[in-house]
Design a protein around this ligand. Structure first.
Ligand SMILES: [Zn+2]
Length: 286
């Protein structure tokens, strides 16, 4: 009998692809200029909790249908961090499942509010995805106490601090050894480094160590190649990527040199635009 049988909880992942955010990158990797988001449904015999949503109207529709098809009663949606591509789908989910509540850690709710500022929403998201972002957007309620419960099992918020954004969390389900990692872990996709610096990348590595110490059996990355499995080795691979980036940043002069050196190590990761954005930020002279 495995852990899933004992606790009764199971999980499933839905992924959707979209264009990356940095689109003016050097030529040569056109077939990889996309990114995929994941949403994870943790469910028991009756009820379910969804972790993260998607960005666009179309993606949200797909997600709503997928959750409905599970046949479970959606009781909550947990949002790992305040990036729009993980919570702009909340409105459609809450309309379709009116008994569900959307939760995030209090500091994440603050970050979500910031993401809805005109500067971010109109000048960034709506410009990059014209006509595709839902008209009505909402934020989650602050979750006090850092835990959710699903059919008697605990889902525990792990505060991971600064990772690919200023504030981030992951959700740990101890009874089945599952971590839904949000953007703390990337799987086969270039991490978003556009909000990081050398110091914050050390904090990110520490956050990865924290997840590793929970000794998970499965780790779902917020951005993953759809066909990839959810092996915990993605924690170590994300850590290695960040360390390689810092090592090669020190060894190169220009953004292009850093970009090319990283691509030699990671030729097959999706969304090289994310690396290009990160390399330009790392080399920015102020
Ligand atoms: Zn993300």
């Amino acid at each position: 009998m495995n852990a899933a049988d004992i606790s009764g909880l199971q999980w499933d992942v839905l992924t959707v692809k979209r264009p990356g955010l940095t689109r003016d990158l050097p030529p040569g990797k056109e077939e990889l200029t996309w990114v995929a988001n994941s949403a994870t449904l943790i469910y028991g015999s009756r009820d379910a909790i969804l972790v993260d949503t998607f960005l666009t109207v179309e993606q949200s529709r797909t997600l709503v249908e997928w959750v409905a098809a599970s046949g479970r009663n959606l009781v909550a949606i947990y949002v790992t961090h305040g990036h729009g591509d993980h919570f702009f789908g909340l409105t459609s989910l809450l309309e379709r499942f009116p008994d569900a509540r959307a939760y995030a850690a209090p500091e994440i709710v603050e970050a979500m509010h910031k993401q809805l500022s005109p500067e971010s929403l109109d000048n960034f998201w709506r410009r990059l995805f014209p006509g595709d972002i839902p008209d009505r957007l909402r934020v989650a309620e602050p979750l006090d106490g850092g835990e959710l419960e699903l059919e008697g099992q605990k889902l525990v918020v792990v505060n991971t601090g600064r990772t690919d954004t200023e504030r981030s969390t992951a959700l740990h389900v101890p009874s089945i050894g599952l971590i839904v990692a949000g953007d703390v872990v990337y799987n086969g996709i270039h991490p978003y480094l556009g909000e990081t610096d050398a110091e914050s990348r050390l904090e990110w590595v520490a956050a990865l160590d924290k997840l590793q110490a929970l000794n998970p059996k499965a780790v779902v990355a917020g951005h993953k190649i759809p066909e990839n499995d959810d092996d915990p080795r993605n924690i170590a691979e994300t850590r290695k990527y960040l360390r390689d980036f810092d090592r090669l940043n020190a060894a190169t002069e220009t953004a292009r040199e850093l970009y090319d050196a990283m691509l030699e190590l990671y030729p097959d990761r999706a969304n090289p635009g994310s690396l290009w954005g990160g390399a330009n930020r790392a080399k920015k002279r102020t």
